[in-house]
Design a protein around this ligand. Structure first.
Ligand SMILES: Cc1cc2nc3c(=O)[nH]c(=O)nc-3n(C[C@H](O)[C@H](O)[C@H](O)COP(=O)(O)OP(=O)(O)OC[C@H]3O[C@@H](n4cnc5c(N)ncnc54)[C@H](O)[C@@H]3O)c2cc1C
Length: 451
């Protein structure tokens, strides 16, 4: 078997990997990037994650406003729009690296064959790549729970499969009430599907404050989404249909499609990590230290496969941590990363940074709570989106912002202002006294922080 030599090898075309590959090539390093799926150039985000889901969510909002238009047509059009968007971005991502003289992209499955040695299996041949530095960026894949019939029943999809379904599902059952499950519940209810969400635990969004979780649930229920919390799923049957035990009763939920949204597990099963001395965590992620170094010299892991928060911007930030070790720059590591914001793109978007009220109290802070109904924000009235509220948790002793939760239109933009303020160590009064453009959602901070 022939062996090719490179300065660096990136396994997987994810956000961190592709960013680092470009940077390394720019520094004159000879780089190989191996991607196992030709439909995944650019990674999960571009092809089956953030971008397609947000494209469909955008289309679903339009469908919701035009409820009298034929649902199936609106849906099919939305899938077409999504396909052309992801196709365009996939090509752009490929070309951006392919045009670099120092980068070679291989379409193949990579697995370790030894220290610094990776076997690559392409459609034509199997060869080895030897590289001084190796970066694992293989992402994560949907976790499929052990439920009878879930693997082989027609009409059962993961998020990627459902987003490629041309036929409009009138009835959709979603297994899993986490953030991805809820985004799909909101999206498909927008298209006009009758959506039922099944969750095994009794507490809805247990990481969030109770008032926040209750408001999110209320807003989704107002769109027609049904929740069965504490549902025990017995099996999935032909139809498809989901058999559940719920509140002491056995129910059979008929569906046109079933979405399995029960979390994502790091893609390490096929990597043969032991061959290189790369250890895994008990949850199957690559074990890394705060500099994302694995247990093997010269091998790093970035993004979902490293077992941290599963967001595209974390994978990007991981590439900064690794990049600083390669090229110099500020000393930065995962332990220094704080106040990571997140957004759930529901019809009323939810965004949060920092501690919840419950977490802050549990940590012993004396807190001041600020709350403002979204309806009090003029821009929300302009947008005809008065649902939800804004909430801030402030340290009463120091006036520092501990956490902010925004359940309102455009919260995914506003939350970045709050993160910056917290990172800069600003008192809450800075956001209160800021001059904001008008009418905007951000000017809500003038009133939210007037406590
Ligand atoms: C439906 C959905 C919606 C999401 N929405 C958001 C959002 O709004 N915002 C957000 O920030 N995050 C979102 N995420 C999460 C986000 O997409 C991921 O956290 C991010 O894409 C992970 O990137 P990564 O760099 O870890 O690797 P990935 O982008 O997952 O790339 C890994 C690549 O490695 C390849 N690969 C795997 N094994 C091998 C191998 N052995 N050999 C060769 N190649 C291999 C894979 O084919 C894949 O292309 C969403 C995810 C999903 C599923």
């Amino acid at each position: 078997m022939r062996t090719l030599n490179y300065d660096a090898l990136v396994i997987g075309f994810g956000k961190g990997g592709k960013t680092l590959a470009g940077k390394m090539a720019g520094q004159g390093m000879k780089v190989a990037l191996v991607e196992k799926d030709k439909g995944m150039y650019g990674g999960t985000c571009i092809n089956v994650g953030c971008i397609p889901s947000k494209s469909l969510i955008h289309s679903a909002a339009a469908a919701y406003r035009h409820k009298n238009s034929p649902k199936a047509d609106m849906y099919r059009k939305a899938i077409e729009v999504k396909r052309s968007l992801t196709g365009m971005l996939r090509k752009k991502n490929y070309d951006k690296l392919d045009m670099l003289e120092n980068v070679t992209i291989y379409d193949g499955m990579a697995r370790f064959a030894g220290a610094k040695l990776v076997e690559v299996e392409t459609a034509e041949e199997t060869f080895c790549i030897n590289a001084d530095k190796i970066f694992i960026n293989t992402g994560a894949a949907p976790r499929i729970p052990a439920i009878e019939g879930i693997q082989d029943t027609e009409g059962v999809y993961t998020s990627a499969g459902l987003m490629d379904l041309d036929i409009f599902p009138e009835k959709l059952v979603i297994i899993g009430g986490g953030y991805i499950g809820l985004e799909f519940a909101s999206m498909y209810s927008g298209f006009g599907s009758q959506v039922t969400v099944l969750q095994d635990g009794d507490t809805f969004l247990p990481k969030e404050d109770e008032d926040v979780a209750a408001e999110i649930k209320k807003i989704l229920e107002e769109r027609g989404v049904e929740f069965r919390l504490g549902a025990k799923i017995k099996k999935v049957e032909k139809g498809p249909a989901v058999l559940i035990e719920w509140q002491g009763e056995e129910l059979c939920l008929d569906a046109d499609a079933v979405l399995v949204a029960t979390g994502r597990v790091p893609n390490t099963a096929e990597l043969n990590c032991e061959a290189a001395g790369v250890e895994l965590t008990p949850r199957g992620a690559v074990k890394v230290d705060e500099y994302l170094r694995t247990t093997a010299e010269g091998i790093w892991a970035m993004g979902d496969v490293a077992g941290g928060l599963q967001h595209t911007y974390i994978s990007l930030d991981d590439s900064r941590i690794v990049g600083a070790q390669l090229f110099g720059g500020r000393d930065y590591n995962t332990a220094m990363r704080s106040n990571v914001p997140y957004s759930v793109f529901l019809a009323t978007p939810y965004s949060r940074v920092g501690m919840s009220e419950r977490d802050a109290k549990a940590a012993g802070y004396q807190v001041k709570i600020a709350k403002l109904p979204t309806a009090a924000v003029p821009k929300a009235q302009v947008l005809k989106a008065p649902q939800g509220f804004l909430k801030a948790v402030i340290d009463a002793d120091t006036n520092k912002i501990l956490g902010v939760m925004l359940l309102c239109e455009e919260s995914y933009e506003m939350i970045n202002i709050v993160k910056l303020a917290i990172d800069m160590g600003a008192d809450y009064t800075v956001l209160r006294d800021q001059i904001y453009t008008h009418p905007t959602m951000s000017e809500a901070f003038n009133d939210l922080f007037a406590v």
